[in-house]
Design a protein around this ligand. Structure first.
Ligand code: FEO
Length: 166
């Protein structure tokens, strides 16, 4: 096994954290889907898929370096979502948390001089910058536009898709 036990354990945990993020985004997508906001639902379904892909990167990395995969228990997502702004705030908080988890992994990889793990984790460091920035922007826009106008934007977008191009 070309990884310390500690780092392998942390990576297994991170598989769970990424799957937890996926489930939370799926829950938020369902919230929007159930409220006739398909564009927001689509965005969060896509986020959920991305998080599953992140989890799979950890699983494959562990296998590639000859470590064992132990899929951990994954906490149920938060079901109560007050409104659109709350869903984006929740997502931003989640992404900040994931960033801290990735940094903790990187700290350990650096302490252990595990260069392969550092290289692998660098992708996540970059990805988190993008994910936090995009959630911050969306939260900002949602707060500015307000709940009522969000619905109008959605209706407009859906109508646009249904109308054949001239
Ligand atoms: Fe995989 Fe959005 O953290």
């Amino acid at each position: 096994m070309r990884i310390s036990e500690k780092l392998a354990e942390m990576m297994n945990e991170q598989f769970g954290n990424e799957m937890g993020a996926s489930m939370q985004y799926m829950q938020i997508a369902a919230y929007f889907d159930g409220r006739s906001l398909p564009k927001f639902a689509e965005f969060f379904y896509a986020q959920a898929t991305e998080e599953q892909e992140h989890a799979m990167k950890f699983l494959h990395y562990l296998l590639d370096i000859g470590a064992e995969v132990f899929i951990p228990a994954i906490e149920a997502p938060v079901y109560e979502i007050a409104d659109t702004a709350a869903s984006f705030q929740m997502s931003l908080d989640w992404e900040n948390e994931v960033t801290a988890q990735i940094y903790a992994l990187m700290d350990t990889a650096m302490e252990e001089k595990d260069y392969a793990a550092q290289n692998f984790l660098q992708w996540f460091v970059t990805e988190q910058v993008e994910e936090v920035a995009s959630m911050e922007t969306l939260l900002d826009v949602v707060k500015r536009v307000g709940e009522k106008n969000l619905f109008m934007i959605e209706s407009y977008l859906v109508r646009g898709e249904e109308t054949p191009a001239a």
